[in-house]
Design a protein around this ligand. Structure first.
Ligand code: BG6
Length: 455
């Protein structure tokens, strides 16, 4: 079977920033088969050469880590076709030019997913075709259901790839290794031993010129509805029998089905947006003063919510999800805080104050794992000291997008989100969106560069 890779939105930001660099990594690693034909479709009236020149510049900007000859080999293989992705005739012409069994990648704003997919159903796809859809998958549950319905008319569910690049991050994948390839963690991976779980993705980056998308999305839709809920699903799932797409999707879906939306919105959710401030030596303007932002939309740049998972393993354990932009430090981690020991024979004193419970921290970027423990003091063996066992993981061989594209081109969907998961995630988030839209939770503010809103 000859594969082709057809990217719709071929001159978009996502293609230039993430897809082209990911593909260049695959060329460099020798895992992008020479037979795979590459075609970009976009609204630009460009020749192949004009497209290649654009792609070359994007790669120089975003894939400097890939040697130039590999970048050049990729660029030379790309063709471009002008067209409207919502017009069947244009799609047909693009697919004909690419030939082979396509992976069709929708690197598009999510407002055009539906008309594009509908136009694709008019054209029809050959057997074995794969359709990849970027996030966010719709704007709400009804939207996700509509997208799923049209996708299922187009190709079988096994050939749909709903992208979430966090699933291809090595620390997230390492949750599987840590939990299921070792004997010692699973017995304590439950409500009896774990007191709380924090899933945190704090960014120092601000809006970075993405108002067109971000101001209509906000942190809850941009990060929590997909990336953070996926991390939660991997942390909390039951052991899968195998690591194939079907087993993983089923175990993750079980977790999401058991997630209860917050009961008390004011207590369990926080929304906020940044005001002017200084982050790492850079002055950031007030979010509402950023180009393209409409202040009265009330878009949050920080979202937090604490959920519970109503099942045997996790009943009563709060999982706090938090993500925000323009914060003082990049903090990307999943932290499991264990319950205190049932009895502590050590008496707290000035030398050894009360102990903190054990914490297992899975860090993303730089990737690593820390286990914070209480150990006997170096000087006085009857004192306690806080020590950390640390593992630093070397940078992954492929970026998350590189790995994801490798899987996609190999026809593997283990790193994808299933139809059920996509809908369950909206089911969880919708009551929060509704409560926030109704003003039930005040929109707080935090200065850029701070630790977020005061609670
Ligand atoms: C994207 C979000 O999906 O993930 C961005 O749209 C966010 O807002 C990004 O910054 C974080 O992922 P990464 O890989 O850039 O750290």
């Amino acid at each position: 079977m000859t594969r082709s890779f057809v990217v719709l939105g071929g001159t978009g930001d996502l293609t230039g920033r993430l897809l082209l660099p990911g593909l260049a990594e695959l060329v460099d690693a020798g895992i992008l088969d020479d037979g795979v034909r590459l075609l970009a479709l976009s609204r630009e009236d460009w020749s192949d050469e004009e497209y290649r020149s654009w792609a070359r510049d994007r790669l120089a900007e975003h894939a400097a880590h890939v040697p130039e000859p590999a970048r050049e080999r990729l660029v030379g293989r790309f063709g471009h076709r002008h067209g409207d992705v919502t017009v069947a005739a244009d799609l047909r012409a693009g697919l004909e030019r690419a030939g082979g069994t396509p992976v069709v990648y929708l690197a598009l704003p999510n407002t055009v997913f539906l008309p594009t997919l509908e136009a694709l159903t008019e054209v029809g796809l050959p057997e074995g075709a794969v359709v990849a859809v970027e996030k966010p998958f719709g704007r709400d549950l009804a939207d996700a259901q509509r997208l799923n319905a049209v996708l299922h008319r187009l190709v079988p569910e096994e050939q749909v790839f709903r992208t979430d690049h966090f699933l291809a991050m090595q620390t997230v994948l390492n949750i599987l290794g840590l939990r299921f390839a070792n004997r010692m963690f699973e017995p304590v991976w439950n409500a009896q031993h774990v007191e709380r779980v924090d899933i945190v993705f704090d960014e120092t980056l601000g809006l970075e010129g993405r108002a067109g998308y971000y101001d209509t999305a906000g942190a809850l839709r941009d990060m929590l509805q997909n990336h953070l809920l996926q991390m939660l699903a991997v942390v909390a799932m039951e052991p899968p029998a195998a690591l194939d797409a079907r087993s993983l999707a089923a175990r993750k879906a079980d977790v999401l089905r058991a997630v209860r939306s917050p009961e008390d919105m004011r207590r369990d959710t926080v929304r906020a947006r940044y005001t002017a401030g200084r982050v790492g030596g850079r002055e950031l303007p007030d979010y509402t003063a950023e180009d393209g932002v409409q202040a009265d939309r009330g878009t949050e740049t920080y979202a937090e919510y604490t959920v519970t998972i109503e099942n045997w393993r996790w009943a009563g354990v709060p999982f706090r999800l938090r993500s925000g932009k323009a914060l003082g430090a990049d903090r990307h981690e999943i932290a499991l805080r264990f319950r205190p020991v049932p009895h502590l024979a050590f008496q707290p004193d000035e030398e050894s104050p009360a102990t903190e419970p054990d914490v297992l921290r899975l860090r993303l970027d730089p990737d690593g794992i820390d286990l914070d423990l209480n150990l006997n003091g170096a000087g006085d063996p009857f004192d306690l000291e806080r020590r950390s066992l640390q593992v630093e993981l070397p940078p992954a061989r492929l970026s998350a997008y590189g790995l994801l594209l490798a899987e996609l081109l190999a026809g593997e969907a283990a790193l994808s989100i299933s139809d059920v998961e996509a809908e369950e995630s909206w089911r969880i988030v919708e009551p929060i969106l509704a409560a926030w839209a109704a003003g039930e939770v005040p929109l707080q503010e935090y200065p850029a560069g701070s630790d977020g809103p005061a609670r």
